[in-house]
Ligand binder design. Structure first.
Ligand code: NOJ
Length: 553
């Protein structure tokens, strides 16, 4: 039984296909993860979140689940999974699984039955609606482009609903069978020893009335979050579900993916404790600076910089409003967005930025969640072809950019800085041909030079990896777990905060977000806990570009 409380969790997110290949097929797998558990232990994390590992046609890299009770054969077997859990637990590492509850794959037996027979008992497990004026029921758009509606092969004026790919039909949570089955799946994995779940896309499990169009001038399908995200009924389903999970396993850890949740919803989704998520991941921290975006091209292929001013105020709001409520998730990157260094750091300053950003983010109040490779300072890497993105929206972007005169290289470079796929490349273990990830060409690969490998960074005291280890050691100290958070009122080039238990037990964290030298009066905080490109003299902290400093009195 896990003894970790939510506030002590330090999570490492593994994208299984890209972590470590053990059987020479170019695809990362469970045995690969098991082989590297000691590396993760030494890093200082205590919880591993695995992106989906279930049987899947891989239309959306595993988020299209065809069988929730089996491991995808490309990733291993159930015996491999049991071994991974046992060995992780022996090292004091918990395992949480991605739990895909909004949709299944179209290859799932329920959908196959529903598709072939209108009277199937599984028909009502999905969402169907009659078309309107010879077209789909409404103008709502899918997150993956086009309409949320796809024709029912049994009836040309009938449609099924899919918020993501058309091969990922949404489940109907109003149908009791769906709720019962989801609980059964969760119970199955809890019996296999998992310590919790990351609830995928749970904010979408309730939808509004399908008769209602989005108001729009254009005839194109419209993203319609007000009708399919964060509806009040989501909370009813969620609380019932989590309350039941707690009955099965009282100390289960739940991380909810709530991409568009604002702070009020985050409070709702994390209280009361027994029937809520322990923490939610919001995408709202990351305010975007779209000044470089060309308005006549689709945004999906264009890099968007982090807007520091917006980030500061969003982060502050989440820090303060969740005090006494729950712990925010602290993260910079995940598999759905470009890696943070590609959004923020000039290439030549990558190393300093990686260290400074780790200092800034993870010592705040909350649950650290590190995306694999981030501990090495990985950036998004440039993909070699448009097809590598596996996204029709990028094909469209490339076509339009080309018409505007962009060169192929520029299209690939820009799209790689903007798109999630370029953030999902293999982890480099050493300097051999495929970086020790595999001995054959990996499933996704870039010719662009990756960051220094784990082997190289292990033996370099100044490496990003060794810096992450020090940060995560500090993170385990009471002041960084319990301390109140106070953000100092500085210029936006600095991010300075205190973590405070009382007058005597407090720390000061100073980060320079700019390319200029900066100084900051640090008063009685003179004892250096950790520094990079920074020093203290005469009660002044002096920071080189992107330097950072952690001080105590
Ligand atoms: C959120 C996941 O993080 C993303 O990768 C996926 O495409 C959607 N949910 C659909 O499951």
């Amino acid at each position: 039984m896990s003894t970790l409380s939510a506030k002590e969790r330090i999570i490492y997110q593994i994208y299984p296909k890209s972590f470590k290949d053990s059987n020479g097929d170019g695809i990362g797998d469970l045995k690969g993860i098991t082989a590297k558990l000691k590396y993760l232990k030494q890093l200082g994390i205590n919880t591993i979140w695995l992106n989906p590992i279930y049987v899947s046609p891989q239309i959306d890299n595993g988020y299209d689940v065809a069988d929730y009770y089996q491991i995808d054969e490309k990733l291993g077997t159930m015996a491999d999974f049991d071994e991974l859990v046992a060995k992780a637990h022996a090292l004091g590492l918990d395992i949480i699984l991605d739990f895909v509850m909004n949709h299944t794959s179209d290859q799932h037996p329920w959908f196959q039955a529903a598709l072939k027979d209108k009277d199937s008992e599984f028909r009502n497990c999905y969402l169907w609606h009659q078309g309107k004026n010879g077209g789909p029921p409404n103008n709502w758009g899918s997150f993956f482009g086009g309409s949320v509606w796809q024709k029912d092969p049994l009836d040309s004026n009938n449609y099924y609903f899919h918020l993501f790919a058309k091969e990922m039909p949404d489940l109907n949570w109003a149908e009791p069978k769906v709720q019962v089955e989801m609980l059964k799946i969760a119970k199955f994995w809890l019996e296999h020893g998992v310590d919790g779940f990351r609830l995928d896309a749970f904010i979408h499990i309730a939808k509004a009335d399908f008769e209602q169009d989005m108001l729009a001038k254009s005839a194109e399908p419209q993203i319609a979050e007000m009708f399919y995200a964060n509806l009040p009924q989501v909370q009813v389903y969620l609380k019932e579900f989590i309350a039941q999970l707690h009955q099965i396993k009282p100390d289960i850890f739940i991380l909810g993916e709530a991409a568009s949740a604002d702070i009020d919803l985050a409070v709702d989704y994390t209280t009361p404790k027994k029937e809520s998520c322990d923490t939610v991941v919001t995408f709202r921290y990351f305010a975007e600076d779209k000044s470089q975006v060309e308005s006549d091209l689709p945004q999906i292929g264009q890099p968007v910089k982090l807007d520091i001013l917006g980030f500061r105020s969003n982060m502050l709001e989440w820090q303060k409003r969740l005090e006494g409520v729950s712990y925010p998730t602290l993260y910079w990157s995940n598999h759905d967005m470009p890696r943070i260094l590609s959004r923020f750091a000039p290439k030549k300053e990558s190393k300093a930025c990686a260290k400074m950003l780790a200092t800034l983010m993870y010592l705040q109040r909350g649950i650290a969640c590190i995306y694999y490779g981030e501990e090495l300072g990985m950036r998004s890497q440039t993909l070699g072809t448009v097809a590598d993105f596996e996204d029709p929206q990028i094909v469209d972007f490339a076509k339009q950019a080309k018409q505007k005169g962009w060169r192929d290289g520029e299209i690939l470079r820009k799209a790689s800085q903007a798109h999630k796929m370029a953030a999902r490349l293999p982890l480099p273990f050493d300097t051999t041909a495929y970086a020790g990830f595999s001995n054959v060409q990996p499933w996704k690969w870039s010719k662009e030079k990756n960051v220094a490998s784990i082997a190289e960074q292990m033996s370099d005291p100044d490496s990003v990896l060794n810096f992450y280890r020090q940060i995560l050691q500090l993170k385990q100290k009471p002041v960084f777990i319990e301390g109140r958070f106070i953000l100092e009122n500085t210029s936006s080039e600095l991010y300075v905060y205190r973590r405070v238990i009382d007058e005597h037990k407090q720390v000061l964290v100073i980060c320079n977000l700019s390319e200029h030298e900066k100084s900051y009066p640090c008063g009685a905080f003179t004892k250096v806990l950790l520094s990079q490109n920074a020093k203290v003299s005469a009660a002044q902290a002096k920071l080189a570009p992107y330097g950072s400093l952690i001080l105590q009195k």
